[in-house]
Design a protein around this ligand. Structure first.
Ligand SMILES: [Zn+2]
Length: 413
Protein backbone atom coordinates (compact mmCIF):
# COMPACT_ATOMS: atom_id res chain seq x y z
CA UNK A 1 0.00 0.00 0.00
CA UNK A 2 1.28 3.47 -0.91
CA UNK A 3 2.26 5.61 2.08
CA UNK A 4 -0.34 8.16 3.16
CA UNK A 5 0.16 11.66 1.83
CA UNK A 6 0.80 14.05 4.67
CA UNK A 7 -1.44 17.08 4.32
CA UNK A 8 -2.00 20.12 6.51
CA UNK A 9 -4.49 22.89 5.86
CA UNK A 10 -3.57 26.20 7.47
CA UNK A 11 -6.77 28.20 7.81
CA UNK A 12 -6.97 32.01 7.96
CA UNK A 13 -3.47 32.94 6.89
CA UNK A 14 -2.94 36.65 6.19
CA UNK A 15 -0.80 37.40 3.16
CA UNK A 16 1.29 40.52 2.60
CA UNK A 17 -1.52 42.16 0.60
CA UNK A 18 -3.86 41.76 3.58
CA UNK A 19 -6.00 39.02 2.04
CA UNK A 20 -6.97 35.98 4.09
CA UNK A 21 -6.32 32.59 2.55
CA UNK A 22 -6.18 28.93 3.42
CA UNK A 23 -2.86 27.28 2.66
CA UNK A 24 -2.76 23.60 1.87
CA UNK A 25 0.56 21.82 2.29
CA UNK A 26 0.99 18.35 0.88
CA UNK A 27 4.16 16.38 1.59
CA UNK A 28 6.08 19.54 2.47
CA UNK A 29 5.01 21.74 -0.45
CA UNK A 30 2.23 24.24 -0.96
CA UNK A 31 -0.41 22.44 -3.00
CA UNK A 32 -3.20 25.06 -2.84
CA UNK A 33 -3.59 28.69 -1.81
CA UNK A 34 -7.22 29.72 -1.87
CA UNK A 35 -9.35 32.54 -0.47
CA UNK A 36 -10.78 31.73 2.94
CA UNK A 37 -14.16 29.96 3.05
CA UNK A 38 -14.17 28.83 -0.55
CA UNK A 39 -11.10 26.78 0.02
CA UNK A 40 -11.74 24.99 3.28
CA UNK A 41 -15.03 23.41 2.41
CA UNK A 42 -14.02 22.57 -1.15
CA UNK A 43 -10.71 21.11 -0.04
CA UNK A 44 -12.16 19.19 2.83
CA UNK A 45 -14.93 17.79 0.68
CA UNK A 46 -12.42 16.55 -1.86
CA UNK A 47 -10.09 14.84 0.57
CA UNK A 48 -9.97 11.09 0.56
CA UNK A 49 -8.99 10.25 4.11
CA UNK A 50 -7.92 6.85 2.88
CA UNK A 51 -4.91 8.34 1.17
CA UNK A 52 -4.31 11.47 3.24
CA UNK A 53 -3.08 11.95 6.78
CA UNK A 54 -4.79 15.28 7.42
CA UNK A 55 -4.14 17.98 10.01
CA UNK A 56 -5.80 21.36 10.31
CA UNK A 57 -4.22 24.43 11.90
CA UNK A 58 -6.14 27.67 12.35
CA UNK A 59 -3.69 30.58 12.08
CA UNK A 60 -6.35 33.05 13.22
CA UNK A 61 -5.39 35.82 10.79
CA UNK A 62 -1.69 35.90 11.59
CA UNK A 63 0.64 37.28 8.95
CA UNK A 64 2.36 34.51 6.98
CA UNK A 65 5.68 35.28 5.30
CA UNK A 66 8.27 33.12 3.55
CA UNK A 67 11.05 31.89 5.83
CA UNK A 68 13.89 34.39 6.12
CA UNK A 69 17.14 34.10 4.19
CA UNK A 70 20.29 34.56 6.26
CA UNK A 71 22.60 35.61 3.44
CA UNK A 72 25.90 36.08 5.26
CA UNK A 73 27.02 34.55 8.52
CA UNK A 74 30.12 32.89 10.03
CA UNK A 75 29.18 29.61 11.69
CA UNK A 76 32.77 28.80 12.69
CA UNK A 77 33.81 31.95 14.55
CA UNK A 78 30.85 32.96 16.74
CA UNK A 79 30.95 32.65 20.52
CA UNK A 80 27.18 32.68 20.84
CA UNK A 81 26.27 30.46 23.81
CA UNK A 82 29.92 30.35 24.88
CA UNK A 83 31.59 32.66 27.41
CA UNK A 84 31.29 36.40 26.71
CA UNK A 85 34.34 37.74 24.89
CA UNK A 86 34.83 41.46 25.58
CA UNK A 87 35.48 43.35 22.33
CA UNK A 88 39.12 44.34 21.76
CA UNK A 89 39.45 47.61 19.85
CA UNK A 90 42.01 48.02 17.04
CA UNK A 91 45.01 50.11 18.01
CA UNK A 92 44.74 52.59 15.15
CA UNK A 93 41.31 52.42 13.51
CA UNK A 94 39.62 49.43 11.86
CA UNK A 95 42.26 47.00 10.60
CA UNK A 96 41.30 43.62 9.13
CA UNK A 97 44.69 42.00 9.88
CA UNK A 98 44.57 43.06 13.50
CA UNK A 99 41.01 41.78 13.88
CA UNK A 100 42.05 38.41 12.40
CA UNK A 101 44.83 38.22 15.01
CA UNK A 102 42.32 38.92 17.82
CA UNK A 103 40.09 36.21 16.37
CA UNK A 104 42.90 33.64 16.37
CA UNK A 105 43.59 34.38 20.03
CA UNK A 106 39.91 34.17 21.00
CA UNK A 107 39.25 30.95 19.08
CA UNK A 108 42.11 29.19 20.83
CA UNK A 109 40.17 29.44 24.10
CA UNK A 110 36.66 28.85 22.73
CA UNK A 111 34.18 26.03 23.30
CA UNK A 112 34.19 23.29 20.62
CA UNK A 113 33.29 24.70 17.21
CA UNK A 114 30.47 22.23 16.51
CA UNK A 115 28.75 23.29 19.72
CA UNK A 116 29.09 27.00 18.92
CA UNK A 117 27.90 26.49 15.34
CA UNK A 118 24.83 24.60 16.56
CA UNK A 119 24.03 27.33 19.06
CA UNK A 120 24.11 29.87 16.29
CA UNK A 121 22.10 27.73 13.87
CA UNK A 122 19.35 27.17 16.41
CA UNK A 123 19.29 30.89 17.15
CA UNK A 124 18.73 31.60 13.45
CA UNK A 125 16.19 28.82 12.86
CA UNK A 126 14.35 29.90 16.02
CA UNK A 127 13.83 33.33 14.51
CA UNK A 128 12.71 31.99 11.16
CA UNK A 129 15.74 31.65 8.87
CA UNK A 130 15.56 28.37 6.95
CA UNK A 131 18.14 29.15 4.26
CA UNK A 132 21.62 30.42 4.95
CA UNK A 133 24.98 31.24 3.39
CA UNK A 134 27.89 30.79 5.78
CA UNK A 135 31.48 31.73 5.10
CA UNK A 136 33.97 29.29 6.65
CA UNK A 137 37.66 30.03 7.20
CA UNK A 138 40.00 28.17 4.86
CA UNK A 139 43.60 29.32 4.97
CA UNK A 140 47.16 28.36 5.82
CA UNK A 141 46.58 28.76 9.56
CA UNK A 142 43.53 26.51 10.04
CA UNK A 143 43.68 24.48 6.84
CA UNK A 144 40.41 22.61 6.31
CA UNK A 145 39.70 21.94 9.99
CA UNK A 146 36.92 24.55 10.30
CA UNK A 147 35.29 23.33 7.13
CA UNK A 148 35.33 19.68 8.19
CA UNK A 149 33.46 20.56 11.39
CA UNK A 150 30.92 22.81 9.67
CA UNK A 151 30.25 20.22 6.94
CA UNK A 152 29.31 17.73 9.66
CA UNK A 153 27.03 20.26 11.37
CA UNK A 154 25.41 21.11 8.02
CA UNK A 155 24.61 17.45 7.50
CA UNK A 156 23.10 17.15 10.99
CA UNK A 157 20.78 20.11 10.35
CA UNK A 158 19.87 19.43 6.72
CA UNK A 159 16.23 18.62 7.51
CA UNK A 160 15.87 21.96 9.30
CA UNK A 161 17.80 24.46 7.19
CA UNK A 162 19.46 24.71 3.76
CA UNK A 163 23.05 25.89 4.17
CA UNK A 164 25.43 27.10 1.45
CA UNK A 165 29.09 27.19 2.43
CA UNK A 166 31.68 29.63 1.13
CA UNK A 167 35.39 28.73 1.27
CA UNK A 168 36.60 31.94 2.90
CA UNK A 169 40.30 32.90 2.78
CA UNK A 170 40.31 34.85 6.04
CA UNK A 171 44.07 35.40 5.87
CA UNK A 172 44.19 36.39 2.22
CA UNK A 173 45.00 34.16 -0.74
CA UNK A 174 48.44 35.23 -1.91
CA UNK A 175 49.49 36.37 1.57
CA UNK A 176 48.80 32.96 3.10
CA UNK A 177 50.92 30.21 1.49
CA UNK A 178 49.04 27.10 0.37
CA UNK A 179 45.66 28.82 0.38
CA UNK A 180 44.81 28.39 -3.35
CA UNK A 181 45.28 24.63 -3.02
CA UNK A 182 43.22 24.55 0.19
CA UNK A 183 40.43 26.54 -1.45
CA UNK A 184 40.28 24.05 -4.28
CA UNK A 185 40.17 21.18 -1.81
CA UNK A 186 37.35 22.96 0.05
CA UNK A 187 35.29 23.12 -3.14
CA UNK A 188 35.87 19.40 -3.68
CA UNK A 189 34.80 18.65 -0.09
CA UNK A 190 31.45 20.38 -0.50
CA UNK A 191 31.73 24.18 -0.46
CA UNK A 192 29.23 25.75 -2.84
CA UNK A 193 31.09 29.01 -3.36
CA UNK A 194 34.54 30.47 -3.24
CA UNK A 195 35.16 33.60 -1.21
CA UNK A 196 37.73 36.37 -1.25
CA UNK A 197 39.00 39.13 1.01
CA UNK A 198 39.99 42.68 0.10
CA UNK A 199 42.16 41.85 -2.93
CA UNK A 200 43.84 45.29 -2.81
CA UNK A 201 44.42 46.01 0.87
CA UNK A 202 44.99 42.45 2.05
CA UNK A 203 46.88 40.73 -0.78
CA UNK A 204 47.90 43.99 -2.49
CA UNK A 205 47.31 42.27 -5.82
CA UNK A 206 43.80 42.63 -7.24
CA UNK A 207 44.52 40.70 -10.43
CA UNK A 208 46.38 37.86 -8.69
CA UNK A 209 43.66 37.47 -6.04
CA UNK A 210 40.78 37.50 -8.52
CA UNK A 211 42.63 35.15 -10.90
CA UNK A 212 42.57 32.49 -8.16
CA UNK A 213 38.97 33.17 -7.11
CA UNK A 214 37.42 33.22 -10.57
CA UNK A 215 39.76 30.52 -11.90
CA UNK A 216 38.59 28.07 -9.23
CA UNK A 217 34.96 29.18 -9.57
CA UNK A 218 35.03 28.43 -13.26
CA UNK A 219 36.89 25.15 -12.91
CA UNK A 220 34.46 23.82 -10.31
CA UNK A 221 31.22 25.53 -11.38
CA UNK A 222 31.09 27.33 -8.02
CA UNK A 223 29.58 30.71 -7.16
CA UNK A 224 31.62 33.63 -5.79
CA UNK A 225 31.02 35.80 -2.70
CA UNK A 226 33.84 38.20 -1.84
CA UNK A 227 34.31 40.16 1.40
CA UNK A 228 35.21 43.69 0.34
CA UNK A 229 35.79 46.23 3.11
CA UNK A 230 37.99 48.56 1.05
CA UNK A 231 36.33 51.95 0.73
CA UNK A 232 36.30 54.87 -1.70
CA UNK A 233 37.77 54.63 -5.18
CA UNK A 234 39.84 51.54 -4.32
CA UNK A 235 36.66 49.73 -3.28
CA UNK A 236 34.84 50.93 -6.39
CA UNK A 237 37.71 49.81 -8.63
CA UNK A 238 37.58 46.30 -7.15
CA UNK A 239 33.80 46.13 -7.55
CA UNK A 240 34.28 47.06 -11.22
CA UNK A 241 36.92 44.36 -11.66
CA UNK A 242 34.66 41.73 -10.07
CA UNK A 243 31.73 42.80 -12.27
CA UNK A 244 33.85 42.71 -15.45
CA UNK A 245 35.05 39.18 -14.71
CA UNK A 246 31.52 38.05 -13.86
CA UNK A 247 30.28 39.23 -17.26
CA UNK A 248 33.29 37.89 -19.16
CA UNK A 249 32.85 34.42 -17.66
CA UNK A 250 29.05 34.36 -18.03
CA UNK A 251 28.60 34.08 -14.26
CA UNK A 252 25.74 36.58 -13.98
CA UNK A 253 23.55 35.76 -10.97
CA UNK A 254 26.26 33.65 -9.30
CA UNK A 255 28.47 36.38 -7.87
CA UNK A 256 28.06 38.59 -4.80
CA UNK A 257 30.14 41.25 -3.10
CA UNK A 258 29.67 41.36 0.66
CA UNK A 259 29.89 44.72 2.45
CA UNK A 260 31.15 46.78 -0.53
CA UNK A 261 31.64 49.72 1.85
CA UNK A 262 33.09 51.73 -1.04
CA UNK A 263 29.63 52.05 -2.61
CA UNK A 264 28.58 54.00 0.46
CA UNK A 265 31.18 56.73 0.21
CA UNK A 266 31.43 57.65 -3.48
CA UNK A 267 29.69 60.55 -5.27
CA UNK A 268 26.12 60.05 -6.49
CA UNK A 269 26.99 59.97 -10.19
CA UNK A 270 29.66 57.31 -9.60
CA UNK A 271 27.17 55.29 -7.54
CA UNK A 272 24.55 55.43 -10.29
CA UNK A 273 27.08 54.18 -12.84
CA UNK A 274 28.16 51.42 -10.46
CA UNK A 275 24.53 50.42 -9.91
CA UNK A 276 23.89 50.12 -13.65
CA UNK A 277 27.06 48.07 -14.07
CA UNK A 278 26.25 45.70 -11.18
CA UNK A 279 22.71 45.16 -12.49
CA UNK A 280 23.96 44.52 -16.03
CA UNK A 281 26.62 42.08 -14.81
CA UNK A 282 24.31 40.26 -12.37
CA UNK A 283 26.44 40.92 -9.29
CA UNK A 284 24.51 41.03 -5.99
CA UNK A 285 25.46 43.19 -3.02
CA UNK A 286 25.21 42.04 0.60
CA UNK A 287 24.97 44.59 3.38
CA UNK A 288 24.11 44.18 7.05
CA UNK A 289 23.87 47.93 7.72
CA UNK A 290 26.99 47.80 9.89
CA UNK A 291 27.63 50.04 12.92
CA UNK A 292 29.47 53.23 12.10
CA UNK A 293 30.57 52.29 8.57
CA UNK A 294 29.37 53.85 5.35
CA UNK A 295 27.40 51.12 3.57
CA UNK A 296 25.86 50.67 0.12
CA UNK A 297 22.76 52.85 -0.43
CA UNK A 298 20.05 50.22 -0.57
CA UNK A 299 17.30 52.21 -2.29
CA UNK A 300 19.50 53.61 -5.09
CA UNK A 301 20.98 50.20 -5.86
CA UNK A 302 17.60 48.50 -5.88
CA UNK A 303 16.30 51.24 -8.16
CA UNK A 304 19.14 50.47 -10.55
CA UNK A 305 18.06 46.82 -10.58
CA UNK A 306 20.75 45.41 -8.30
CA UNK A 307 19.92 42.42 -6.08
CA UNK A 308 20.68 43.69 -2.55
CA UNK A 309 20.43 41.14 0.24
CA UNK A 310 21.46 40.88 3.86
CA UNK A 311 22.83 38.74 6.66
CA UNK A 312 23.81 38.89 10.31
CA UNK A 313 27.51 38.52 9.45
CA UNK A 314 29.21 38.35 12.84
CA UNK A 315 27.29 37.37 15.96
CA UNK A 316 29.11 37.67 19.31
CA UNK A 317 32.49 37.14 17.75
CA UNK A 318 35.90 38.79 17.56
CA UNK A 319 34.63 41.50 15.19
CA UNK A 320 31.73 42.87 17.19
CA UNK A 321 29.45 41.86 20.05
CA UNK A 322 26.13 42.53 18.27
CA UNK A 323 23.76 40.25 16.37
CA UNK A 324 20.72 38.24 17.38
CA UNK A 325 20.22 35.97 14.36
CA UNK A 326 16.83 37.53 13.63
CA UNK A 327 16.58 38.64 10.00
CA UNK A 328 13.37 40.55 10.72
CA UNK A 329 15.35 42.56 13.23
CA UNK A 330 18.03 43.00 10.52
CA UNK A 331 15.39 44.37 8.12
CA UNK A 332 14.43 46.84 10.87
CA UNK A 333 18.07 47.88 11.23
CA UNK A 334 18.51 48.34 7.48
CA UNK A 335 15.35 50.44 7.33
CA UNK A 336 16.36 52.53 10.32
CA UNK A 337 19.86 53.25 9.01
CA UNK A 338 18.56 53.90 5.49
CA UNK A 339 15.94 56.42 6.65
CA UNK A 340 13.09 54.24 5.38
CA UNK A 341 9.70 55.47 6.63
CA UNK A 342 7.19 54.84 3.85
CA UNK A 343 5.45 51.48 3.50
CA UNK A 344 7.13 50.69 0.19
CA UNK A 345 10.53 51.41 1.75
CA UNK A 346 9.83 49.15 4.73
CA UNK A 347 8.69 46.48 2.28
CA UNK A 348 12.00 46.90 0.43
CA UNK A 349 13.95 46.23 3.65
CA UNK A 350 11.79 43.15 4.18
CA UNK A 351 12.42 42.00 0.61
CA UNK A 352 16.17 42.01 1.31
CA UNK A 353 15.76 39.33 3.98
CA UNK A 354 13.29 37.24 1.95
CA UNK A 355 12.90 37.26 -1.85
CA UNK A 356 16.05 39.24 -2.73
CA UNK A 357 18.04 36.95 -0.45
CA UNK A 358 16.54 33.92 -2.18
CA UNK A 359 17.47 35.39 -5.56
CA UNK A 360 21.04 36.14 -4.49
CA UNK A 361 21.44 32.60 -3.14
CA UNK A 362 19.80 31.11 -6.23
CA UNK A 363 17.20 29.25 -4.15
CA UNK A 364 14.72 27.19 -6.16
CA UNK A 365 11.12 26.78 -5.00
CA UNK A 366 11.14 29.72 -2.56
CA UNK A 367 8.12 31.77 -1.47
CA UNK A 368 4.42 31.44 -0.80
CA UNK A 369 3.39 29.79 -4.05
CA UNK A 370 1.90 26.51 -5.16
CA UNK A 371 4.75 24.06 -5.68
CA UNK A 372 7.17 25.93 -3.41
CA UNK A 373 8.61 24.34 -0.30
CA UNK A 374 6.33 25.17 2.64
CA UNK A 375 9.00 27.02 4.64
CA UNK A 376 7.26 29.92 6.33
CA UNK A 377 6.89 32.02 9.44
CA UNK A 378 3.73 33.25 11.14
CA UNK A 379 3.92 36.64 12.80
CA UNK A 380 1.64 38.67 15.03
CA UNK A 381 1.41 41.65 12.68
CA UNK A 382 -1.22 43.10 10.37
CA UNK A 383 1.14 43.53 7.44
CA UNK A 384 4.79 43.62 6.39
CA UNK A 385 5.54 47.30 7.21
CA UNK A 386 4.24 46.77 10.74
CA UNK A 387 6.32 43.59 11.10
CA UNK A 388 9.49 45.49 10.08
CA UNK A 389 9.02 48.29 12.60
CA UNK A 390 7.59 46.19 15.47
CA UNK A 391 9.75 43.04 15.03
CA UNK A 392 7.27 40.78 16.86
CA UNK A 393 9.20 38.03 18.64
CA UNK A 394 6.09 35.84 18.94
CA UNK A 395 6.26 33.70 15.85
CA UNK A 396 6.11 30.11 14.67
CA UNK A 397 8.54 28.72 12.12
CA UNK A 398 7.43 25.98 9.72
CA UNK A 399 9.83 23.81 7.74
CA UNK A 400 8.15 21.87 4.92
CA UNK A 401 4.81 22.45 6.63
CA UNK A 402 5.87 21.28 10.10
CA UNK A 403 6.38 23.58 13.08
CA UNK A 404 10.07 23.50 14.05
CA UNK A 405 10.39 26.55 16.30
CA UNK A 406 8.15 28.80 18.35
CA UNK A 407 8.89 32.20 19.87
CA UNK A 408 12.62 31.82 19.29
CA UNK A 409 12.91 28.30 20.71
CA UNK A 410 13.39 25.06 18.79
CA UNK A 411 10.57 22.53 19.13
CA UNK A 412 11.59 18.94 19.69
CA UNK A 413 9.94 16.26 17.60
ZN1 LIG B 1 31.63 38.22 6.88
Amino acid sequence: MAPLKEQTIFLNARLADGSLVDLTVTDGRFSAIMPVQKASSADLAGIDLGIVDLAIVDLGGQLVVPAFVEGHIHLDTSFYGDAWRPHIPCTNGFDVRERVAFQTRNLAAAAPMAERAKNQLELCIGHGSLAMRSHVMVDGSVGLTHLETILTVREQYRDLIDIQLVAFPQSGILASPGTPELLEEALKLGCDLIGGLDPASFDRDVKGHLDVVFGLAQKHGAGVDIHLHDGGTSGLFQVEEIAARTRALGMQGNVAVSHAYGLGDIPTDALLKAGEMLAACGVAIMTNAPGNHAFPPVAALREAGVTVFSGSDNIRDSWWPYGDGDMLSRANMIGYRSGFYEDHELAAAFDMVTHAGAKALGLAGYGLAVGASADFVTLSAQHVPEAVVAVPKARTVYRRGRAVAKDGKMLTH
